[in-house]
Design a protein around this ligand. Structure first.
Ligand code: ZN
Length: 187
């Protein structure tokens, strides 16, 4: 099956507030299929997260995953500084995010919907997300480091927010064709 394209900045769906997944759509084969498609699009990109609006589906659904292969180009110091750790594919329906504490960290991030660029973005160091898994069971994840950054980036997508709204615009850069280990495409 052909994967749907990732829509780019300029598409109105990326600026709209996504709708909650209705109760009667949770735990359906249709929602599972959508989440599976999103995971495949994310992996093919490749990226470490994807929000449904990025494939033009205006629903509050996100997927994220970090693998050793994604982090291959990063040295141990960069991994440590960013808090990058592998974690399994995680799908969250109707996620609600809250920061834990006030501590913020700044790193370069990018977005599959703004291809070819990256910039420094300040994010909360630690967050807690609550939502539902694909079976409709409540899910709660408190996390710091890179997964916390991915979560903030993806939940922003559900609110029509792009990283360019939060970036330090003077650090906005072209990433060219060859990704640099210091540049971390997010999703
Ligand atoms: Zn993005």
């Amino acid at each position: 099956m052909e994967l749907p394209p990732i829509v780019w900045a300029g598409h109105p769906v990326l600026r709209a507030v996504a709708g909650e997944v209705p109760r009667d759509q949770i735990a359906t084969p249709q929602l599972r299929a959508l989440a599976q498609t999103m995971a495949e699009v994310m992996r093919a990109a490749p990226g470490v997260g994807l929000a449904a609006p990025q494939i033009a589906v205006p629903l509050q659904l996100i997927v994220l995953e970090e693998t050793e292969a994604n982090m291959e180009l990063l040295g141990p110091e960069d991994r440590l500084a960013r808090g990058r750790v592998p974690f399994p594919l995680t799908t969250i329906v109707n996620p609600v995010l809250r920061p834990i504490g006030e501590h913020r960290v700044t790193f370069v991030e990018g977005c599959l919907s703004v291809p070819g660029y990256a910039a420094q973005v300040e994010r909360f160091a630690e967050v807690e997300v609550e939502g539902l898994d694909l079976s409709g069971k409540p899910l709660r994840w408190r996390v710091s480091g890179w997964p916390a950054r991915i979560l903030q980036h993806e939940v922003d997508h559900l609110n029509g927010v792009l990283y360019i709204d939060r970036m330090n615009s003077r650090t906005f850069m072209s990433t060219g064709r060859e990704p640099d280990p210091g540049e971390d495409p997010l999703d």
